[in-house]
Design a protein around this ligand. Structure first.
Ligand code: FES
Length: 158
């Protein structure tokens, strides 16, 4: 635990790292990506507004459910500069992302079922393995060994 007063207006990068549990290197990366902002002191040291803690919490919660940083950045850009994400803001973002998350879970469940059929098989066949060819793209061309006919076997030889 850091010895930073609870009401300190600004935090150093070390204090922000201590309080959030996010490594300083990740915080610097977030800053380079424009997700968090700091001002520089005369000695060129970063100072973060204490509201940055909530921004970092927002980023981590979003990342932990698989939201890409680029999307998180787009959402954070809606916030007025220096404002922390409110409960309502997080509520709206998480509502929005829950649909995408459910779709991703369904996709993963389908892949897990297909994967179960692969266990112990090893054929990696474009014609037979639903994981290699989940949308049966070759099937759209009609039956037959299209890859083999084109000179490309399932091991990628040409
Ligand atoms: S590896 Fe044979 S069915 Fe997938």
């Amino acid at each position: 635990m850091s010895g930073v007063p609870w009401n300190a207006k600004e935090l150093t990068i070390g204090e922000l790292a201590d309080r959030s549990g996010v490594p300083a290197s990740a915080l610097r990366f977030y800053e380079r990506q424009g997700l968090i902002h700091s001002r520089r002191t005369e000695g060129n040291q970063r100072r973060f507004h204490r509201s940055t803690l909530r921004v970092v919490a927002f980023i981590r919660a979003s990342q932990n459910v698989g939201i890409p940083l680029s999307v998180i950045g787009e959402v954070l850009a809606i916030l007025p500069e220096g404002a922390a994400p409110t409960e309502q803001f997080w509520g709206r973002a998480s509502d929005c992302w829950s649909e995408e998350l459910n779709a991703r879970i369904e996709r993963l469940e389908r892949m897990r079922d297909l994967f179960t059929e692969c266990i112990g098989c090893g054929c990696l066949s474009f014609e037979q393995c639903a994981l290699v060819n989940p949308q049966d793209r070759l099937g759209e061309k009609g039956s037959g060994p299209h890859r083999l006919n084109s000179g490309k076997g399932s091991l990628g030889r040409s």
